[in-house]
Structure formats: C-alpha cells, structure tokens
Design a protein around this ligand. Structure first.
Ligand code: ZN
Length: 289
C-alpha cells in the first residue's frame, strides 16, 4: 500500500523532506544518498526546509568541485515540485492518474510578507544562454562556495590571504566578484552601457536578482542576463592565472577578454576584430526607449 502511495504536498507540514515520497518515485534520501549524507536536517518536514527565499538546506561543509553537478541535479529535481499552499498534505494513490503531481520550488510560497525578500536566482543561473560549466560556476559564486582564499581557510588551509588584483584586502567571494576595484571597473563598464542607476549589493546572489530585475524590461534582456556570469568567469580565469601561473595582464586586456567572451556567448562566433565587438555593443544601447 505504502509503495503505491505518494504524498500530495500542501503546506508541507506533515511530509518528511528526505523520507517521504513526494517528488519522484522514491524518497529523496534514496534518490540522492550523497546529498542526504551532507545535509544537517535529516528529520525535517518540507515546511521546515523552506522559507521565503526558497529551499533552506544546510550542509555540514562546502561542496567539492566534483559534487557540484550532483547538487545541481538535486536542485533541478526540487524545481519540478509545485509551490506549497495552505492545504494539508494528502496521501494519494499513485496508480490513479489524478494522484500524479509536480511540486514546484517553494520560494513563491511565503511571499505574503510585504517586505522585499530576495529570491534565489535559479532562473538567472540556469536559463541563461551560457555554457553549462559557466552556469555551474555562477551557481558556486552565488552560493559563496567558490574556492576563494577565505573559503580555503574555512577548510583549514593556512594562507596569508590577499586579493590578487588590488592586493589590499583578504580575498573573499564578495570582494573578488563585486567590490574589488578591478572587478568594479568591469561592472561599471556594463552599467554605463546599459545606462542604469546601480548600487552594488553586498552579496553575489543579490546581484543576480537585481541585475535580472533591472534588465527585465529591456529588449536585450537575454543578453543582459549573461553579463554577471561573464564578468565572474573573466575575473576568475584571470585570478587563477595570477594565483597559479604568476601571470598578470593589464586591465585593458582583462576588459577585452570579458567583452570578447560576452560577444562569443551572445553571437556564438568569434569576433574578427575589436570593431566587430564595438558594433555589437553599440547595438545593445537602448536609446529607443
Ligand atoms: Zn581586490
């Protein structure tokens, strides 16, 4: 009987997140034993694992690079789920057609509050037209899980940390990808091109949410969506050159790398020369509005 049952999740208060069958054919614990093992809320109900931002899962350590793909699969599975609602959770007979359901990510659920809450920018990350490995990397940056020096130190590595660009402060995710003066110049360049007012948020995931929201009215919104990933990818590659190969290039070259990458991801071909990139960038200016 239990094997042919599924739970129709309403408010999520009676359904065990890991142990009940509510998304897919088996409990999440069986579908993702590796993620289950890392999680710290093994006996939680679904409602205990959601908040206004979406899934509120806590893990006992940062992810290793090789675990990222798996985590993405896991979150994609949760994405198939339907929003929570105010009904009680119900047990359904899974062989009945009417018993089938898809439970969508719950981050819309508690949006009753009038306060502005940041949502987790899944769509911004996974629906952008960027290479999959870059989407994974963007996810790591937004999750503060990329292996910058502050994160390495949290794992017990002894480092004398400094930012590889400005050499002024400790390298943290938010410094490297948002606040550093070198990265800031790239951000400013795109902000000027778009002609928007912009106050840099403090956290990488907030940047994605704000950037996407501000670009939503734009006729080039799919292209604007790519910009944060493009800046982060460029900065990370340059940072690694400096860190591991001791090679520095000047800011103008970093900027050109960034623009060429942006061009390539938008147009899917390699620009012949700088003139071609400039023409393309000019076409993104939105004088018409
Ligand atoms: Zn810096």
């Amino acid at each position: 009987m239990w094997g042919n049952s599924v739970i129709k999740v309403g408010n999520g208060r009676k359904t065990m997140f890991w142990n009940d069958i509510w998304v897919g054919q088996t409990p999440l614990r069986q579908q993702f034993p590796d993620i289950y093992n890392l999680n710290q809320q093994k006996l939680a109900t679904i409602s205990e694992i959601t908040n206004a931002q979406g899934w509120n899962l806590s893990f006992r350590r940062l992810l290793n690079d090789w675990e990222v793909e798996r985590m993405i699969q896991f979150y994609n599975t949760l994405e198939q789920a339907k929003s929570l609602n105010f009904e009680e959770d119900k047990l359904l007979w899974s062989l009945d057609k009417g018993g089938k359901f898809r439970v969508k990510a719950a981050y819309k659920m508690l949006n009753i509050s009038t306060e502005t809450k940041e949502w987790w920018p899944w769509k911004m990350i996974w629906k952008g037209k960027i290479p999959h490995k870059v989407a994974c990397f963007t996810w790591l940056v937004a999750s503060q899980a990329v292996l910058t020096q502050d994160n390495l130190m949290k794992r017990g590595r002894q480092l004398c940390s400094r930012c590889f660009f400005c050499e002024a402060v400790t390298e943290t995710v938010n410094h490297l990808f948002l606040q550093c003066k070198v990265t800031g110049k790239l951000w400013q360049w795109f902000i000027n091109l778009r002609g928007i007012g912009w106050a840099m948020p403090r956290h990488t995931s907030e940047v994605l949410a704000c950037w996407n929201r501000d670009g939503n009215q734009s006729e080039h919104k799919e292209r604007w969506k790519i910009v944060p990933s493009c800046i982060w990818w460029t900065i990370w590659k340059e940072r690694n050159q400096r860190c591991f190969e001791n090679k520095n290039i000047p800011f103008q070259s970093i900027k050109m790398n960034c623009l060429a990458t942006f061009y390539f991801w938008c147009i899917h071909s390699v620009p012949k020369d700088i003139g071609e990139i400039n023409l393309f960038l000019d076409s993104l200016k939105e004088y018409r509005r």
